[in-house]
Each structure stands twice: as C-alpha cells, then as structure tokens.
Design a protein around this ligand. Structure first.
Ligand code: SF4
Length: 311
C-alpha cells in the first residue's frame, strides 16, 4: 500500500512536469492511476506503456524508466527544479545555508607599519658634529664593513653651517686611503661641479656618505650596513640643517629617500627629506664612465642654484 501511494505521488509529479511543458494531461492522471493499479495486478511495463495516450508518449523518451517508484524517493523532484516550490514541505529538504567564513581581520604588522608613509620632522639639534664623530669613534665596529678590509672611518667634511650638502653612498679606494669623502677623479669632478658649476667654494658645502667605511670591491653598501651607519649622517643633517641636499647616485638617493624609484626618474625634481629639499642626480663616478650624462647633472644643478638664490 505504501508503494502504491509513493507511485501515485510520483505520477502526480510527472503530470505536473508535463503540464509545465504544455501537455494537457487531466485524464492521463487517472489513466496513470489506473495503470498503477493494473501493475499491482501484474500487468507488464510494456503493456502499460502501450496504453498511454499519444501526447504522453511523445514527451516521454523510451529510455526513461516508466516505473517512477523504482527510483529513490524524491529523485524526480531533484531533476525538476520548478516543482520544488509547490511540493509538500516534508519531502523537500530545506536549503542548507552555506556558511562562508568571514575574512580574518587585517593584522597591522611591523612590516606594514614600516611601509606606512610618515611625516617625520627634522629634529632640533641637541649635539654637535664633534660629539657625533666622537661617538662613532676611530675604530667603529658597528657593522660588518669594519671586518672587510677598510683602512679607516671616513667622516663627513666641510662647513658645519652649510646651506648645501652633498651625500654619496660610501668611500671608495681613494677616500679610504686619504680619510676624506670624494677625493680622486670622481671627487675632482664633484669639486668642479660645486666650484665651477655652482660658484661655491668646496669648503663652504658639507659632504658626507651614508656609510663611512669602504665596502670591498667597491660594491654598494648592503642594507644591514646602511641601517647601522645612516643614523649618524641623519644626525649630522639635523645639526647642519642645510637648505638643499644633493644626493649622488642611485644607492644614496634611494637610501636617503627610502624609495626604489630609479635614479633616472628621481633626478630632475626636488624631493623632501624631513622638510629639506633634496635633489638626486648622477654620481660623479658614473659621469666619468658616461660623460653624456653631464648635461642632465647640470640641469639639476641649475635648479639647485636657482633655489639657493631665493631668500
Ligand atoms: S660603516 Fe659606519 S657603522 Fe659600519 S663600521 Fe664603518 S662607521 Fe661603523
């Protein structure tokens, strides 16, 4: 009896589905119920199919199993999404709401904090250049450059009250030998830029480097080396308080301005370092290898000269 009730329910489902397809089957429902009764009486599937009206036969594929009760309960409904809304609730499993986990709250890490742009004021000077040098000492061992063949610490030179400051990346062989930044051929070219180009005696500007010891093989200072040594230069900048800083070469410019922008894009514009104008330009050693770049350096120096000429 229970099978019969299931079969009738399945036939009703089929009728509803066929009605949706535009087939008029009012009488077929009763015929199907009759056939169901005949099946219970032993009438074969083929006999039942042969008695179906032509309309029904045209929409039921021959391969479709005729006895719906042979399917698992509810399987037909699942194949007919349009019926789901009107069948009895007890036979339709309510849709299970998918639990979508919320994305985790963004964590403020030390890295993110470090990359967040900050407006840093130039600190008021509370020390002298001499005190800074005394703190560095003659035999500084704060970074590994002290163990890689340097001859001496090369401190900044020039006017402690200069309006114009030049900053390079680190001493080379000549500077390491003499204990002064920007000597040798590259140093002479920088002197020409300062004195012949800008018309300022070299002794009236302040010249220093991010790192004070010579890296081996004239390589650029590595990050762990710059992090340790740069604060001394920053403290000197705070003491001198120049109106303009010219940074020479990509390494020094990117380090002071804390950027990865290439020097070719940095130069030609003033940037800001704690309220002080900064003009990046090519390193004199680079100009010795590619003299055609002198014209661009001169363009940069004219901007510096014009800015210094203003009150
Ligand atoms: S580069 Fe600077 S921090 Fe490193 S040993 Fe020389 S003076 Fe000290």
């Amino acid at each position: 009896m229970e099978d019969s009730t299931q079969l009738i329910a399945d036939v009703r489902e089929q009728m509803l589905y066929l009605q949706e397809l535009g087939v008029e089957l009012t009488s077929a429902v009763f015929e199907a119920e009759t056939r169901n009764e005949r099946r219970e009486a032993g009438v074969t599937r083929q006999e039942t199919r042969a008695e179906m009206p032509e309309q029904v036969m045209s929409v039921i594929p021959k391969s479709t199993p005729t006895l719906l009760s042979e399917r698992p309960a509810g399987s037909l409904r699942e194949s007919m999404p349009s019926l789901k809304g009107r069948l009895e609730p007890r036979r339709i499993a309510p849709p299970v709401a998918e639990v979508v986990p919320l994305p985790p709250e963004p964590q403020i890490t030390e890295t993110v904090k470090a990359e967040t742009p900050q407006i840093i004021e130039m600190p008021e000077p509370t020390e002298t250049i001499e005190q800074i040098r005394a703190e560095i000492g003659h035999d500084c061992t704060r970074c590994k450059l002290s163990t890689l063949g340097r001859k001496q610490v090369v401190n900044s030179v020039g006017n402690f009250d200069a309006e114009l400051m030049f900053v390079g990346e680190a001493p080379g062989a000549d500077e390491d030998e003499k204990g002064e930044p920007f000597v040798g051929r590259a140093g002479q070219l920088l002197t020409d830029i300062i004195e012949k180009g800008l018309g300022i005696p070299r002794k009236d500007v302040f010249i220093g480097n991010i790192n004070r010891c010579r890296p081996p093989g004239n390589r650029a200072p590595e990050q762990d080396e710059s992090i340790v040594c740069k604060p001394f230069l920053q403290r000197e900048i705070a003491v001198v308080r120049p109106r303009v800083i010219v940074v020479l070469g990509a390494t020094a410019a990117q380090n002071l301005l804390e950027t990865k922008v290439p020097i070719g894009k940095l130069r030609g514009h003033f940037h800001d370092y704690r309220g002080t104008k900064v003009m990046p330009t090519f390193h004199p050693a680079y100009l010795l290898r590619d003299p055609h770049k002198k014209r661009e350096v001169w363009e940069d120096m004219k901007m510096v000269r014009d800015l210094l000429a203003k009150n």
